[in-house]
Design a protein around this ligand. Structure first.
Ligand SMILES: *[C@@H]1O[C@H](CO)[C@@H](O)[C@H](O)[C@H]1NC(C)=O
Ligand SMILES: *[C@@H]1O[C@H](CO)[C@@H](O)[C@H](O)[C@H]1NC(C)=O
Ligand SMILES: *[C@@H]1O[C@H](CO)[C@@H](O)[C@H](O)[C@H]1NC(C)=O
Ligand SMILES: *[C@@H]1O[C@H](CO)[C@@H](O)[C@H](O)[C@H]1NC(C)=O
Length: 388
């Protein structure tokens, strides 16, 4: 099947839009939190020939990742299976003032965040929902299930080098979707008729990989902060700095729980470089994003080569939503990076329904830019048009 042409929706007024008026006063949705055990079995992972012991080694891993001649342990990876059960911190949100759609949205966040990426509010302005994807999705009638990825804020425990690897996280995601489909996550989470997966960045990488390995597990995917084009990633990963999380903030990330394989970027300026596009954001949002950032593992980078992205078996609709200035996915200019003949389309050559939206002026951390609620509405419209 032949993919349709990229539809570039007109969203031009968005880029230079200053803070839009608060779209709601008083929340129209509620959320419940859960800790749900999720088991994975026989997941192939990269057998790492080392343990990241200290800050010097974490930087050395970053240097290795950016080396033009990768070491043998990356070119010819040795595999080892992981089987484990993890407690996953999840959040189920639903509208309280209208009927709930039978389509469930599963939300997977990216590197450097926890599930709060999808429900971001400035403490100084708690009624301004312009940065809350969940507020917009529930206003459109959808329930959402978001979760902290493995290793972060109650999801685990997990060894950062051996377990917080992309293939394990993919298996967890697949298991969550399968269990949700069967209506067995919790008695309080209704069995959905359809599931649409919405990812951001690393969450979209996992989503594409899921389409490649289990193309019938979900009914549609929305890939945000992701183009499938890896050529711009190197410089961007260097900007992430790989600072040991437990050195940076030992009270939030104690070393016993967050060993040296858990890292973060150095400060808010690195955050701006990797995720924000100036001047399309409120500096207070940059500060608060830095304040609530979550660590990631070096293994999430060095073991990513085990994922597969060609997903010819996927027939479900695909929507890309990307910031025009995304550095890591587009080298700072997304025009022409998405569309026919690019990995964004060829990865899904079995789907006859692929579209892309470029949001003018935005950087990689899409939810953190002025007026994000407008592109959320675009996603809701896309879903409604497809009967979700
Ligand atoms: C590892 O898991 C794969 C399935 O993912 C299985 O085929 C293989 O036999 C397992 N290997 C070992 C040594 O258990
Ligand atoms: C995400 O991290 C922030 C800051 O540490 C924390 O306040 C919040 O509860 C976390 N959210 C979840 C869903 O764990
Ligand atoms: C779709 O892509 C796969 C590789 O992922 C390839 O084997 C197949 O030939 C492609 N199909 C078409 C119709 O281009
Ligand atoms: C972005 O890339 C496109 C396609 O290569 C090009 O036409 C355009 O001029 C570039 N934009 C900027 C601001 O350089």
């Amino acid at each position: 099947m032949k993919p349709t042409t990229s539809l570039l929706l007109a969203m031009v007024d968005m880029a230079l839009a200053r803070p839009s008026p608060s779209p709601n006063t008083g929340k129209h949705y509620e959320c419940e939190t859960y800790n749900i055990p999720i088991s994975v079995a026989n997941v192939p992972t990269l057998a790492v020939p080392f343990t990241v012991k200290d800050q010097y080694e974490a930087i050395d891993v970053l240097a290795t990742l950016n080396n033009r001649s990768p070491p043998d342990w990356l070119i010819h990876p040795k595999l080892v299976n992981v089987s484990a059960t993890y407690n996953m911190a999840m959040q189920y949100c639903f509208p309280v003032d209208q009927p709930v759609s039978s389509t469930l949205q599963l939300l997977t966040h990216g590197i450097g965040f926890n599930a709060s990426y999808w429900d971001f509010y400035l403490p100084s302005n708690p009624s301004d929902a312009q940065y809350s994807y969940i507020s917009a999705a529930t206003a459109a009638g959808y329930a959402t299930l978001s979760y902290n990825r493995l290793g972060i804020d109650g999801s685990g425990p997990a060894d950062p080098d051996k377990e917080v690897q992309p293939t394990v996280e993919l298996a967890i995601m697949a298991r969550i979707i399968q269990t949700a489909r069967e209506g067995k996550l919790s008695e309080k989470i209704p069995k959905p008729s359809k599931i649409v997966h919405v990812g951001h960045s690393f969450g979209s990488i996992l989503s594409n990989a899921l389409a490649a390995t289990a193309p019938t597990l979900f009914d549609g995917i929305v890939l945000t902060g992701y183009t499938g084009d890896t050529q711009y990633q190197k410089g961007n990963s260097a900007a992430l700095g790989f600072n040991r999380a437990s050195d940076q903030n030992p009270s939030r990330w104690p070393a016993a729980q967050y060993p040296a394989g858990y890292v973060t970027w150095p400060n808010k300026w690195s955050l701006q470089l990797g995720f924000f596009s100036y001047p399309h954001f409120d500096p207070a949002v940059l500060d608060h994003t830095e304040a609530i950032k979550a660590p990631f593992s070096t293994a999430e980078f060095f073991a990513a080569g085990l994922l597969k992205f060609a997903a010819p078996g996927l027939v479900a609709p695909v929507l890309y939503v990307n910031g025009e200035k995304d550095l890591g996915n587009c080298g700072g200019n997304c025009t022409g990076v998405l569309g026919e003949g690019t990995p964004s389309w060829t990865n899904f050559n079995g789907s006859s329904d692929i579209e892309s939206v470029i949001v003018p002026g935005y950087g990689h951390g899409m939810n953190m830019h002025y007026g994000a609620n407008k592109f959320y509405d675009t996603i809701s419209e896309w879903m409604k048009l497809r009967g979700f």
